[in-house]
Design a protein around this ligand. Structure first.
Ligand code: UT7
Length: 326
């Protein structure tokens, strides 16, 4: 049953569809063996407890966002003049002031407004919902990017966090469309849990991993159920789940409770680590380019992160697909 906070999209609301996508990862690969060589950890521990084998470090948040955004715009066949607004989901902006989105807007020659959105690892799904809202209000095209350089705000000598986080970006172009993709969404926040994962301004991330883990599974499951109920669909109807890529055990526990088999889940964390706002678009693009989405498929996006924040969305894939699955 849909509530005011978890709405199904009302009939007649101007919808949006994804017409292009792109990703960017720094060249520098940091493997579990690299950590094993200088911290009290092991490839075996990291692999078993997280599913991560390697991650990428380097670049700037703006630089990665620009690379991913440019690729998404090229695929959509648009130039900066055609884009009305940039939403950059990030929890690791390059500056306190100005927004990192302003550099992305300028470098890509985008005509419209630009804003950073920080909802930690839920940021891309928050951004997707905000983009749909702006398109419903009359904007025609939005560039939505999730980009992070978490390696800069992670203490590389702290084995509790260093092994988890990586850098990267994923971007999509959303265009107004009669065949809107978003069927329903859920967004939430529990600020009483904010101390379990935080980074002071100018400082490193600190995390109580066990608490984050425990809450993550609960909020992912509850949020996914709320979005599916609002969309009037069940787990059986979902063709693909694109979860936040934090820990394979969190993903498996949540999907098991949702009774969704692992064959329906997109994971890239073995190769990227946890890239916060970038993780869902990286996993979405991986699934699209791997031919795992067909026209009309229902895709469930679900994220959680610091705050704690959480967000999920059910979309029906009416957007572009790569040649392999046309
Ligand atoms: O986007 C959201 C961001 N954060 C997350 O999603 C994090 C969620 N939490 C997790 O993914 C997991 O809690 C971790 C992967 C961080 C830790 O896994 P865990 O199974 O919860 O381990 P633990 O914290 O209970 O630690 C078990 C042991 C401890 O040693 P003792 O106290 O049992 O002697 C830790 O000190 O493992 C130790 N440990 C490590 N050992 C080897 C912690 N980090 C490491 C490490 N290598 N890198």
């Amino acid at each position: 049953m849909s509530t005011e906070r978890t709405p199904a999209i009302p009939a007649g609301v101007r919808g949006a569809t994804i017409t292009g996508w792109g990703t960017a990862l720094p060249d520098n690969v940091v493997t579990n063996a690299d950590f094993e060589a200088r911290l009290d950890t092991s490839d075996e521990w990291i692999t078993e407890r997280t599913g991560i084998k390697e991650r990428r470090h380097g670049g700037s948040t703006a630089g990665l966002a620009i690379e991913a955004g440019r690729a998404a715009m090229e695929m959509a066949g648009v130039t900066g003049d055609d884009i009305d607004f940039v939403i950059l989901a990030t929890t690791s902006p390059d500056y306190q002031i100005p927004s990192t989105a302003s550099e992305v807007q300028h470098e890509l020659g985008i005509a419209g407004g630009a804003v950073d959105l920080n909802a930690a690892c839920s940021g891309f799904v928050y951004g997707l919902v905000h983009a749909h809202g702006l398109i419903a209000m009359g904007l025609d095209r939005i560039l939505l990017v999730g980009a992070e350089t978490l390696s800069r705000i992670t203490d590389q000598d702290d084995r509790n966090t260093a092994i988890l986080f990586g850098d990267g970006a994923g971007a999509v172009v959303l265009e107004a469309s009669d065949e809107g993709q978003l069927l329903a969404f859920d967004m939430g926040s529990d600020g009483s849990a904010r101390k379990f994962l935080d980074a002071p301004i100018g400082g490193y991330m600190q995390m109580v991993g066990k608490e984050v883990f425990r809450k993550a599974v609960t909020v992912m499951v509850d949020s996914a159920r709320a979005s599916m109920a609002a969309a009037g669909v069940t787990a059986d109807d979902i063709a693909l789940v694109v979860p936040h890529q934090a820990n394979i055990r969190i993903i498996e526990a949540a999907c098991s409770r949702l009774e969704i088999g692992s064959e329906k889940v997109s994971t890239v964390l073995h190769a990227t680590g946890n890239t916060s706002s970038a993780s869902i678009p990286l996993a979405l693009v991986d699934a699209l380019e791997g031919g795992r989405v067909s026209p009309g498929d229902l895709v469930l996006l679900v994220g959680f992160g610091a705050g704690m924040s959480w967000a999920s969305a059910v979309v029906r894939w009416t957007g572009h697909l790569p040649e392999v699955v046309r």
